[in-house]
Every structure is written in C-alpha cells, then in structure tokens.
Design a protein around this ligand. Structure first.
Ligand SMILES: Cc1cc2nc3c(=O)[nH]c(=O)nc-3n(C[C@H](O)[C@H](O)[C@H](O)COP(=O)(O)OP(=O)(O)OC[C@H]3O[C@@H](n4cnc5c(N)ncnc54)[C@H](O)[C@@H]3O)c2cc1C
Length: 415
C-alpha cells in the first residue's frame, strides 16, 4: 500500500496545474495517469486539430505562452509537447501507465486501485477530463450495419473513411471542423445541425476570445450563471483555429459544398429523418451571436475603446435552403459513413462513492464534492467560471481548489 497526502487522477493540463498548486503549498502528492502526460491530446484528437483558443490563452500556473505567434492556434501535437515540457519544468510527480479503476472512501480518506497498486490518500482530485467518452445518441443503433460509424475520438483523417458520402451529425466546433476537412478531401458531406453556438473568429480586428475575456463573459462565476445546467451542457462554439483565421460557420460550409440539414431526430427503416426547424435554429444562433456582439460594442463604448477599434458591423445571417431534405435513405449507398460529432462526456466510472445525481453526474459545488470531504473535481465546463471550459481556466480553478484542499488538510488534522 502506497501512502500519500493527495492523489491527482489524470495528467492533462488540469491535473498538472493542480500539481503545481500543491507543490507551491508543499503538499505531498502523486499524479496517476493511465497513459502518458497529455494522453488525450496524443491519442484522442485527430492530427489536423488545432486549438480554437489563441496561443496567448494557452497559459497555466507559472507558464505563459512565449512563442513567436501569440495570435496563432496551436496544433494538438504542439500542445501535447507543451504540457510534457510543463510537467518536466514543475517536476510533476507523475506515475504513467497507472490507470485508476476504483476509488472508494475509507475512514482515513480514500483508497485507490491503479493497475496492480493500491494507494491511500487523504484527498483526491479527479482530473480525468470532460471529453473522455463520445456522447452518442440512442438512435445510433438504428444506423444500417453497412454504414460505417465513428466518433471524433477514433477519427484521424478522411483517408480512413470508406469511399462515398459522409453524414456528420452535430454542428458544433468538432462537427464543423470535420465536415470542412472531409469535404475538402472531395467527398460529398451532409451536416445535420441542431442547436449551435455561432461566433465569428474575429470581430473589429480582435480575436473573439479577446472579446469573451475582456467583456468579462469568461469570468462569470458558476453561482452567478442563470441556468447552470444549461451552461454546462452548451455546445462548443463553431470556431476553428486555422492559420488564416477564417470563420467556420454554416455559411462557409455551404460555400464549400457541404449540404446542411436539420437536427437528426430519428432513423427508421434505414431512413434518417431531420428536423424541419433548421431555419429557426439558425435564426436563433444568429440572434444570440448578435446579442453578444451588441454587448461587446457597448463594452467598447463604455471603456472608451471605440476610437482604437474598427467600427461595429454585423455578419450575414445564416443562409438556409428551403429545399433542404428532411429525409436521407441510409440504405441507398449514398452515405457510407456516419460521424457522430454529438459531444463528449466525462468518465468517472472508476469512482465508487455515492455522490452522483439522478443523471449520473457527480454533485459538486464549484469542484468541491461536499458529500465526500477531501474529494475534488477539475477540468469540467463552467466548473467555477465560464473560463473553466478552456485550458487557461485551470489557473484560477486550481488556485481556489488547492486553497480549499489545504484548509481541509489543516482542519482534519493531517497537516
Ligand atoms: C476536440 C477538442 C478540442 C478542444 N479544443 C480546445 C481548445 O481549443 N482550447 C481549449 O482551451 N480547450 C479545448 N478543449 C477542451 C479542453 O481543453 C479539453 O477537454 C481538455 O483536454 C481537458 O483537460 P483535462 O486536463 O481536464 O483533461 P484531459 O486533457 O482529457 O486529461 C485527462 C487525463 O486523465 C487521464 N485519465 C483518464 N482516465 C483515467 C484513469 N481512470 N486513470 C488514470 N488516468 C486517467 C487521461 O489519460 C488524460 O491524460 C477541446 C476538447 C476537445 C475534445
């Protein structure tokens, strides 16, 4: 049995940031990682993926981007290398190849099983990521067996797909990026778009993440957000981090030759049926984008920045085709692949402690699992602020949670 004060599960950016915070407070700890540092970015992301957040925003406690292209967008492999360098720099005590398959509560804290090892710790931080599993709708089971199905976790490049048309289900960041890439490879692509978040890549000469940060939107706290459940499940914005900084929205996909259809509602007898409310869904996304741009303009005026920025403008509304098909026969041979870009879910199945709500989510208060004192959660969307969804949000989140953890150790007499 290995004894330690704290165990962090997962050596992604969140787990590493927490390690740095615990080291700063001289709290003995170990990070258990099933693969290697930044495993998700090495093995679960497609090679052409670039971050949709600009390089200047890829910052961690004690680490700011110092490269030559702060406004650029880092490829996934560069991020993996950056995280590995960070782990070395902070001398993170990572045990690689240590998959945690069970955590249970014991009188002195927690007992963890990782591979063949058993560990005992006073506190545990779960940092195994928000995107460990693809969220695939139940209707996926009705896809005819002749059609290949895959998820973004298994997608690598268009060359791996069988010849023929591709139905991409989901119009968020992943769906629009993959639809564009597959279409550029020459294949016919249909994208089924449900509710989505449309944002321009840049506005009035500044990247959209500059606006999201400066207007204070990303700093909104979890306990101030109107509908927290909804905020935590909001689709990722339709953005890509291409070197040329272009806008990737449904209009740009249409211009590429991607056919846009409504939300996939049902598959019956091999017939995929799409919602007829695509125009409404798009109008709503346009409305919400313009609402944010209005807020941005007001903020610019109030802060006296109007003179320094190009004038306000609006983007063309999303065009939808009234002849958009409502059905697609998946047995006709036209569609040979269905790609489920329908979101991701965390995987905390290794946690054997009754702290889940009816939907199976771990109940927590800003990352503090109050029903199991000493247990913490990290790396989930809107965990403590809207910035928690993104890499840079881990700095503030780990600062707050490490302070809480430190107090917990003090109050429980283990420090
Ligand atoms: C396609 C995609 C694109 C994204 N793009 C951006 C972006 O541009 N900008 C941005 O800020 N964010 C982006 N994100 C969101 C966010 O940064 C990621 O979800 C991020 O990886 C979360 O970091 P993390 O450290 O919490 O989890 P992860 O990076 O997933 O790290 C979790 C670690 O835990 C390990 N692990 C899991 N289970 C176990 C176990 N049982 N035992 C031991 N180890 C385990 C994994 O191997 C992994 O190394 C993107 C996410 C996805 C999916």
């Amino acid at each position: 049995m290995i004894q330690t004060t704290a165990v962090i599960v997962g050596a992604g950016h969140a787990g590493l940031a927490m390690s740095r915070r615990l080291t700063d407070r001289s709290i003995e700890h170990v990070i258990l990682e099933r693969g290697e540092v930044a495993h998700s970015w090495r093995s679960q992301r497609w090679p052409s993926l670039r971050l949709l957040t600009p390089n200047w925003q890829t910052r961690l406690p004690g680490h700011d981007y110092a490269g030559p292209d702060p406004g650029g967008f880092m490829p996934a492999a560069t991020l993996a290398a950056t995280l590995a360098g960070y782990a070395r720099h902070i001398q993170a005590p990572v045990r690689t190849g240590a998959p945690v398959h069970r955590i249970r509560a014991v009188p002195q804290g927690f007992q963890l099983r990782a591979g063949d090892d058993v560990l005992a710790a006073r506190t545990v931080v779960l940092a195994t990521g928000a995107c460990a599993r693809p969220a695939i709708p139940a209707l996926a089971e009705a896809v005819p067996p002749a059609v290949t199905t895959l998820t973004p976790l298994g997608y690598r490049d268009p060359g791996q797909l069988p010849d023929g048309g591709v139905l991409v289900v989901g119009g968020s960041a992943t769906g629009v990026q993959l639809a564009a890439e597959i279409r550029r490879s020459g294949r016919p692509v249909t994208l089924a778009a449900g509710e989505h978040v449309r944002l321009p890549r840049s506005y009035r000469g500044r990247d959209i993440f500059w606006w999201l940060q400066e207007t204070g939107l990303l700093a909104e706290r979890y306990d101030q957000v109107d509908d927290l459940t909804r905020a935590r499940h909001l689709p990722s914005p339709q953005l890509t981090g291409t070197p040329d900084g272009v806008m990737t929205d449904l209009n740009s996909l249409t211009a590429l030759g991607v056919r846009i259809v409504g939300r996939l509602g049902r598959i019956t007898g091999g017939l995929a049926q799409f919602s007829g409310s695509l125009a409404n869904t798009c109008a709503l996304a346009d409305l919400k984008m313009n609402r944010f741009l209005n807020r941005a303009d007001q903020w610019a005026t109030q802060t006296g920045l109007d003179g320094d920025l190009p004038p306000p403008h609006r983007f063309p509304p999303t065009r939808t085709d009234p002849r958009t098909p409502l059905e697609l026969d998946l047995t006709s041979g036209q569609i040979t692949t269905v790609l489920w870009a329908t979101g991701f879910r965390p995987d905390h199945s290794y946690l054997d402690i009754p702290v889940r709500d009816r939907a199976g989510h771990i109940r927590h208060d800003g990352g503090v699992v109050t029903e199991a004192p000493g247990l913490y959660l990290l790396g989930l969307p809107v965990l403590r602020t809207r910035a928690s969804t993104y890499i840079h949000g881990a700095a503030a989140d780990t600062d707050a949670l490490a302070r809480h953890l430190h107090c917990f150790l003090g109050s429980s007499g283990t420090e």
